[in-house]
Design a protein around this ligand. Sequence first.
Ligand SMILES: [Zn+2]
Length: 70
Amino acid sequence: MSHKLSERLKSLVGGPGRDAGRSTDSPEDASSLRTCPECEKTFIVSEMERCPDCGTAVEETPTERDLGLL
Ligand SMILES: [Zn+2]
């Protein structure tokens, strides 16, 4: 996982009216959600320890699948 890829993902997730064409429900999608408590942004990444914006340690966000809701 490169830093530049994280930046790209951030722009995809953070923008209003983001393209919903890419499904995140694919069982082959190994990425997970990380949330920055400072920026209150959610990142869809496979691995990320710190927010690229503020450097705060991000928190792993359980998906609905992880919570057994699906
Ligand atoms: Zn942040």
